[in-house]
Design a protein around this ligand. Structure first.
Ligand code: SF4
Length: 435
């Protein structure tokens, strides 16, 4: 078995692609959704959404699965008040924050998260954050960012949050040798596995965001950044302004992506090829075996991606190259050419890539293509299933640990399951008809 598909140095695939750019109606969650995974990641932070009842409902329903978890987010509802003046809203916000911090002394970092209602837009949340920071320092750091559906889609909330956190990162003190910073939130289990592989190669690594706000990693000209998530345009810019260098690499999805991602770090830190091989061989082979079990369900089948999480291009690359699927359309909310350069190069030339959305036109294309599997948001899944298509909810790919070697089989399973389910249903119906 060949565990890794060799990436040809000259691979260009879709590097010069001209995406189909659409700026019509979108069917995507807003950036508040990021709180669902960020609040689990930074364990002493609290996310206070300054918003409406709609925002509160979104958080409650999206977080329904977390009902037994200690909540680390809430909503200050301010859109239904008689706002004679903005001072009232600022006073109200101060009151909510004071109460919250008095009740929850464990909070070390408080994010004020902006939203859509016009009352919120008029509030200057960055001034509010500064004022509250002065009052509550040094016990609590108060930051702000926007998760508004007007400014952000789904995973852009994470980018806005981390970009707001970058100025808080300390300068490295007197450090001369390069260090590695992995940016983008990963499930703890994935972080531990990837960290262990990098450390086995002799690379010291820090993760951003950290698990505790009191353990912020240092950043400076000696920092090399490896992006673990493809959603971090603003965060990467903020890190580069601090002198850090982003290493070009595909994302750690599938065995091939994980190997190339680790290889980017190994090359930057001068890791010997034999050591790299020794460290990665066993998990690589495990990952390949786990993926191969799903290949019979996926090989030769077609997949269509609606734009949702920005994970679409790396996922499409993994499904096409490692699992033999054909790509009918790969939609992405936003195409960051630089961060996606390695991914684009690995996609087959001629792949239809779309950026942004005009949902009606895209639905028409999807129905015309009639793919075996459609990856889409929750709102589109039921109508498409009713039309006889198999669907996969894009949000599951964000909530499930899918990065790294040990998760490669689970990643393939997320795509094979809907196809297996439909096959079983079809077989069952055929038996009923024959009876
Ligand atoms: Fe809706 Fe805007 Fe609140 Fe998101 S931020 S839930 S889009 S009102």
């Amino acid at each position: 078995m060949s565990p890794v598909i060799p990436i040809r140095a000259e691979a260009t695939g879709c590097s010069d692609v001209r995406p189909l750019v659409e700026r019509g109606q979108r069917e995507v969650f807003c950036g508040l959704t990021g709180i669902m995974w960020l609040h689990r990641k930074i364990q002493d932070a609290f996310f206070l959404v300054v918003g409406s009842r709609t925002c509160a409902h979104l958080l409650q329903s999206a977080a329904g699965v977390m009902i037994f978890a200690e909540p680390r987010f809430g909503t200050a509802i301010i859109d239904e008040r008689d706002l004679a003046g903005l001072a009232d809203a600022q006073d109200e916000l101060d009151r909510v924050v004071n109460e919250l911090l008095a009740q929850r002394p464990g909070i070390r970092m408080l994010f004020l998260v902006g939203s859509c209602p016009s009352e919120v837009i008029k509030l200057d949340l960055s001034r509010a954050a500064q004022r509250l920071q002065q009052r509550h320092a040094p016990q609590v750091r108060v930051l702000n960012y926007s998760g508004s559906g007007i400014e952000t889609t789904f995973t852009q909330g994470e980018d806005a949050c981390l970009a707001a956190l970058v100025p808080e990162l300390p300068d490295p003190s007197g450090q001369q040798s390069p260090t590695l910073l992995v940016a983008g939130s990963l499930a703890d289990v994935v972080e531990d596995q990837l960290g262990a592989l990098l450390q086995a190669m002799g690379i010291e690594v820090a993760f951003f965001p950290p698990r505790r706000s009191t353990a912020l990693p240092a950043v400076g000209p000696h920092t090399r950044v490896l992006l673990a998530q493809p959603v971090l345009a603003e965060t990467a810019r903020a890190l580069e302004r601090r002198g850090a260098q982003v290493l070009p690499a595909p994302f750690p999805l599938g065995v091939e992506g994980t190997t190339a991602w680790l290889q980017a770090a190994a090359t930057a830190f001068g890791v010997d090829a034999a050591l790299f091989e020794q460290v990665t061989r066993a998990p690589r082979e495990r990952g390949s075996r786990a993926m191969a079990a799903h290949k019979p369900w996926l090989e030769g089948r077609s997949v269509f991606f609606f734009p949702d999480s920005q994970l679409e291009l790396p996922l499409a690359r993994c499904l096409q190259r490692e699992l033999g699927m054909t790509l009918t359309e790969v939609g992405t909310p936003y195409l960051h050419r630089q961060h996606m350069a390695a991914e684009l190069a690995l996609l087959p030339a001629g792949t239809r890539i779309s950026e942004g959305q005009d949902v009606d036109r895209q639905l028409e294309r999807c129905l015309q293509d009639a793919p075996d599997l459609t990856v889409c948001g929750l709102g589109l899944a039921n109508p498409l299933e009713a039309q006889g298509l198999s669907t996969k909810w894009a949000i599951e790919l964000v909530f499930t640990p899918i990065q790294g070697y040990e998760q490669a089989g689970d990643l393939a399973g997320l795509f094979s399951r809907p196809l297996r389910r439909r096959e079983l249903l079809t077989a069952g119906q055929a038996v009923q008809r024959a009876a």
